[in-house]
Design a protein around this ligand. Structure first.
Ligand code: FRU
Length: 917
């Protein structure tokens, strides 16, 4: 919208400019006077026009519009029509001829436009007023002048008439002849019909004068024709004897008065133009003053007697008129300047007013804006306060929610330890009962199944939270899908048998290998199969079919049951969280299918459901691993146990490699269990103490215990009262004394972040709670076995160990340092284990235990072995005597060296030298 202030501004400007431009017109109403002039080519007419213009200019309100018909009668009629059409206030007309314009004059009168006729009249006197000299009187005056100037002679006259049909010509002739006819000695001997111009009469006059030598007077109806007559007389040499009288009596070089003075004319009858009087009379008519119908201008004879006086008078009049004209021009100029200045002043004033108005408006605006700003600031600060309050409330709500969720998540995690204990305990009871031949199957199975069920529910809740927090990262590994499926299906076999359900697994490609996150897919299988068993009646069917779709490069896993099916209206809803089917009367958390769908979508796959004679869930997954990010693929599973259910044997220790028993009964491997839950630590101790020496720490003294005992393996919980499991692991792994100890982290935290923390801390294995006791035991054995393999390598290669040998950096560094010290002191027979421990900055016992753990032998034997290896090398590569070699490798007696050498290599040093030489 156009702003109000600008509209006001524009209106001001427009109105002021209107005011400025209209100012001159509003000082008085314009009077528009139209004048139809018969012609303007002679001085008399020009004089008439000039005096009209002069008179009109004296009155600024009068606008005089002159139209020149130029002797054309038709043109004069048209021009009059136009003036009528233009609604002039009054029309002045000087007719060329009387008759033709009579009707148009009458028309103007009928339309209410007054008509003032000048000089020549119209017929029937139908006009508002007439102004002009009395032409009869003009004719008479001319005749009287002739008569008076000649008393004796016979007067023989040629009368030269004006245009026939114009009233002056008619009337002048009448007046002239009225007087001449009174005198017997005066006769008009010839008449010439002229048209007011000399050319129209000269030929005829020449003939007359040539034929009549006694002609002594010529009366011409105007001075122009009179002067033309003089030229003829002169040409005939008769100018002295012929007296010529004209009409008009104009001043000026070609005027009649000058001609009288020049003795060309005897006299001229004054015929005033009446221009000024016509304007005056017109204004009087418009002023509604009563004016006479016929306004006669006076006329007089001008001859040699008064020509000079008349000339002077007219010159003075002309001079005065000139002055007036000049003054009028000056006044007009002054007026122009006045109006220009006045307008300028008004514009300046207008602009000043506008500037002032704008300045005031600006000041007003500044105050208004300041006021608005203050209001805005106020509103803003109110909004800010409100926003802060909302943010605070939102933050509080968020914190409260987080606290609730954390409590809920923490609680769920807490459930897992007791559940693990229950499950492990029940497994033990079962084994114990079996061993004793007691059948407790039903009760044990009941407790076992329900514990597992509780565990799964808790896991589902935790998974749901993890999904909500987007904390899942896929860990896909190459898996034989059929075997994977078979393992899970085995768990349901017993229920299938019990309920006589026909439960089958089949596939068109049993060798098919697929990249899946086994943990997540296990949950998907478990959920879909649990549902199938839940809704399939006894004696029903459950089929799992794995279809390798070669064309689409996908696989479909179809779980089909003969249960109650899913109503059509529920189809779209079944995968939504917390949805419970309308025909589902069983207990259900409503998140199992939702989680399954999310897990499948993490695999970039899809799940759909059909319901024809039961339900069919079809899981579609891509083959290969191009659809996964690099970090979603794992090639080894050595660090992560992902499930309670042990479906693979790949990451477990092969029975052939199991460390069956310690070397002797008294020498067991030792395990340090760092766990603050006394139930769990007691449970583990009870389970493990048969095979291992067990040390327990509740976490408060974990480091001290580890340094003190230098165990063969450490099992540590994460959530501990002092340092957490990751921190403890990191400290121990960075300590030379304990860096070699394999560490298992036990935790309820199964997310990616914890997994990474485990890796960073240097943990060797990461087991998520609830862990299967059997997996824990197998893992411990596997780690010990690996350690044993390394130990074997150490002892067989002793001081040749290099960076590439698969030890940790710290172990490598330790071994290098150890070997260097031994090598440097090899020739000293009194170099002891104490000296070595001192140089390594650890205690003798720690050194002993570390070397025992790493090499499987005691440190003294290790040093002895190095001495002997060195001696063997010297025998092979040097020319030193056996005695010299014995001292060089730190034996104080060559005999003792020979005995020890022989015990170790089965050959005496001397014999060995001979054998190689
Ligand atoms: C001018 C004129 C005058 C004459 C008058 C008569 O045009 O010819 O000489 O007196 O007209 O109308």
């Amino acid at each position: 919208m156009f702003p109000k202030k600008y509209a006001l501004f524009l209106i001001t400007i427009l109105s002021l400019s209107l005011f400025v431009s209209c100012e001159r017109e509003t000082s008085g109403e314009k009077i528009r006077v139209g004048f139809s002039q018969a012609m303007s080519n002679d001085d008399w007419r020009r004089s008439m026009n000039n005096s009209m213009l002069l008179q009109a200019s004296l009155n600024p309100n009068v606008e005089l519009i002159i139209r020149d018909a130029n002797y054309d009668v038709e043109k004069q009629i048209d021009q009059l029509e136009e003036l009528i059409k233009d609604s002039l206030d009054i029309i002045i007309v000087s007719p060329i001829q009387s008759k033709p314009i009579t009707s148009v004059v009458e028309k103007a009168l009928e339309l209410g436009i007054p008509v003032l006729v000048v000089d020549r009249k119209t017929e029937d006197q139908k006009y508002t007023a007439y102004l002009g000299a009395d032409n009869i009187e003009v004719g008479r005056n001319a005749a009287k002048e002739i008569i008076s100037s000649n008393s004796n002679d016979t007067i023989r006259i040629v009368e030269i008439k004006g245009l026939s049909g114009s009233s002056p010509a008619e009337e002048r002739s009448i007046g002239f002849n009225q007087i001449i006819n009174k005198y017997n000695n005066a006769n008009v001997v010839a008449n010439i019909e002229g048209d007011w111009e000399k050319e129209s009469i000269q030929k005829k006059l020449k003939v007359i004068l040539s034929d009549n030598a006694n002609i002594n007077y010529v009366f011409a109806h105007n001075d122009r024709m009179a002067l033309g007559a003089w030229e003829v007389a002169r040409d005939l040499g008769q100018e002295k004897k012929i007296n010529i009288i004209g009409v008009d009596g104009l001043t000026g070089f070609n005027g009649g008065i000058q001609a009288v003075e020049d003795s060309k004319l005897t006299a001229t009858v004054l015929y005033p133009t009446g221009g000024a009087e016509a304007i005056k009379l017109a204004l009087r008519i418009l002023n509604k003053e009563s004016v006479p119908k016929n306004n006669i201008l006076s006329t007089t004879i001008i001859n040699e007697v008064n020509a000079e006086i008349m000339k002077n008078q007219f010159d003075r009049i002309n001079e005065q008129q000139g002055n007036i004209q000049q003054q009028i021009t000056e006044i007009s100029d002054l007026e122009e300047r006045y109006y220009a200045q006045s307008n300028f002043l008004k514009i300046a004033m207008t602009l000043s007013t506008i500037i002032l108005a704008l300045a005031l408006y600006s000041i007003y605006s500044i105050f208004a804006i300041r006021k608005k700003n203050r209001l805005l600031e106020l509103t803003n600060s109110k909004i800010t306060i409100q926003r802060n309050q909302i943010e605070k409330i939102a933050e509080e709500v968020k914190l409260s929610n987080e606290a609730k969720f954390n409590f809920f998540t923490g609680l769920s995690h807490e459930f897992k330890t007791p559940l693990t204990l229950i499950i492990s305990a029940i497994e033990s009871i079962n084994i114990l009962a079996k061993n004793k031949g007691i059948n407790m199957m039903n009760e044990v199975e009941l407790v076992h199944n329900n514990s597992n069920r509780l565990l799964r529910l808790i896991n589902q809740l935790l998974d749901f939270r993890k999904l909500e927090e987007r904390k899942f990262t896929l860990k896909a590994s190459k898996t034989n899908l059929f075997k994977f499926s078979q393992n899970i299906i085995n768990d349901f076999e017993r229920e299938a048998n019990k309920r006589n359900i026909n439960f089958k697994l089949s596939s068109n490609n049993k060798a098919l290998e697929l990249f899946i996150d086994r943990n997540l897919m296990d949950k998907v299988y478990f959920n879909l199969l649990s549902n199938a068993f839940k809704f399939t009646p006894d004696n029903g069917n459950i089929d799992v079919y794995i279809e390798d779709d070669e064309v689409k490069n996908t696989i479909n896993i179809c779980f089909k049951d003969s249960g109650i099916g899913i109503p059509e209206k529920d189809m779209d809803q079944v995968f939504k969280a917390f949805f419970k089917g309308s025909n589902n009367r069983k207990n259900s958390s409503g998140i199992g299918l939702h989680l399954s769908k999310e897990f499948i979508e993490l695999h970039k796959g899809s799940i759909r459901v059909k319901s024809v004679h039961g339900s069919e869930f079809i899981v579609t997954l891509y083959k290969g691993h191009a659809h996964f990010d690099d970090n979603e693929i794992i090639t080894e599973q050595d660090l992560v146990d992902t499930s309670v259910i042990d479906f693979t044997s790949e990451h477990l220790v092969d029975d052939n490699y199991l460390i069956q028993a310690p070397l002797n009964e008294t020498e067991k491997y030792s395990i340090l269990i760092i766990e603050d839950n006394p139930d769990l630590s007691v449970f583990l101790r009870n389970k493990l103490q048969l095979e291992y020496d067990i040390y327990i720490s509740d976490g408060t003294d974990a480091i001290e215990k580890a340094l003190d005992t230098i165990p063969d393996i450490i099992i540590s919980d994460v959530n501990l009262p002092d340092k957490n499991g990751f921190e403890i692991c990191e400290i121990l792994k960075k300590d030379l004394r304990t860096s070699h100890i394999p560490t298992v982290i036990l935790t309820a935290l199964g997310d990616q972040e914890s997994y990474l923390k485990g890796l960073e801390s240097g943990a060797d294995l990461y087991l998520t709670k609830p862990f299967s006791y059997s997996i824990l035991v197998q893992s411990v054995k596997s780690l010990l076995y690996n350690r044993e393999k390394l130990r074997f390598y150490y002892t067989s290669n002793l001081h040749k160990i290099t960076d590439k040998d698969g030890f940790g950096n710290l172990e490598q560094e330790f071994m290098n340092k150890l070997n260097n010290i031994i090598q440097n002191n090899l020739d000293k027979s009194d170099f002891s284990v104490e000296n070595l421990a001192e140089e390594l900055n650890i205690s003798r016992v720690q050194l002993y235990r570390k070397i025992k753990a790493m090499m499987g032998i005691n440190i003294s034997d290790y040093i002895g072995n190095i001495r002997l290896e060195k001696a063997k090398a010297l025998i092979e590569n040097s020319s030193l005597s056996i005695s010299e070699i014995a001292y060089a490798v730190g034996f104080s007696s060559p005999n003792y060296f020979s005995t020890t050498f022989k015990n170790s290599f089965g050959i005496s040093p001397g014999a060995f030298r001979k054998s190689i030489s």
